[in-house]
Write a protein that binds this ligand. Sequence first.
Ligand code: LLP
Length: 431
Amino acid sequence: MICSNVKIKDGVLYFGGQNTVLLAEKYGTPLYLMDEATIRENCRNYVSALQEYMGQDSYPLYASKAASFKRIYEIIGEEGLGADVVSSGEIYTALKAGFDMSKAYFQGNNKTDEDIVYAMDNGVGYFVCDNVEEVDAIERIACEKGIVQKILLRLTPGIDPHTYDEVATGKVDSKFGTAIETGQALEIALHTLECRHISLEGFHCHVGSMVFESSTFTRSAEIMLGFMHELKNNCGFVAKILDLGGGYGVKYTCCDPAIDIKENIKGVCEFVKAECQRLDYPLPSLRLEPGRSIAANAGMTLYTVGTVKRITGYKNYVSVDGGMTDNPRFALYGSKYTVLLANKASEETTIECDLVGRCCESGDVIQPNVKFPNSVTRGDIVAVLTTGAYNYSMASNYNRICRPPVVMIDGERDYVSVKRESFEYLTANDV
Ligand code: LLP
């Protein structure tokens, strides 16, 4: 099995030690499951690797766009991670969870004045500042409030991380960050250092998502440290923090490589230390911003089969009670997933089907060419694995379909961490 938290016992699929068929019965479908132990284990890998190889003041930030709800901020807070937040909505959710906002890092390429005020009023520790307009807005608003705001500057190191275009962000031609190559990064850094209400703490980059080559991170580090060194020579400024962003890929199918996160981080830290020594640059404290590699393999989605359509001479379609509303990733990126029947997990899979949702459009495909047992029929439970990242957080109410609940598994216990949406919720804002 692709994840160690997934097992088959007596023909039934177990997740986090629990019988998924019974969970589907108890909570209904579609259903997002998340395994608390896996989230915690993923967090601990990052925290311990950064502390061991870089030092006590280095820590990971959970990129909460991967899955943002109160309970997950509580868990990552308990595990010692900071949070990467990208909107006032994520800040609000983290606050509601009692998250320590001094460890919140506010990202995004277009923060409105309202966002900036909201973040400052709620004690967000760091702004990851994308562009010069934002620097000026932060300076103006911080001045009005009589505070000094800590920031990192987001730079683009000009790296192509070999992933899909929608998630590649480190190239010079990007809506994110300020380019090193064009000289604009130096300009924005010098400009920021003149701002009296901004404390420039360091630099950030994020080159992309679903990255499997560790050299991507060392190349980013090399370019970022080269820039930091140049800036030091130019004006004497020494950065305290280097944030290399997120992006480690995960195993969605048996074809994806498995990454040893700890080993990878060790390599990155060793590279950063050696490079700092070579450049005679004081060692900065390191941040990484994992999202997918914290949440993805901690999640699974369960559906109930409604119809099985066998079109003679063409294709087979298995329709379930969810779809692109709870998982838009195939429709958006052609993303691959591992799929199986939870109640017939040991049956031989002999027919190929497109697993489709219930939305009124043909593009509503969860996964094409899935192998199912020939006995697949109405009432069977379909499990799509590794859906903990970018599924719940990208879900929609298209066709006025209610979003599923998120049920957390905690050993022998299970509990609702996000409720199933109701029809009342759907019309709550209609006037
Ligand atoms: N830091 C920044 C600044 C980011 O923009 C992202 C992801 C991350 C960290 C976390 O990256 P991760 O470790 O999760 O790869 N919706 C897409 C993924 C978009 C990623 C956007 N930024 C998907 O479903 O594949």
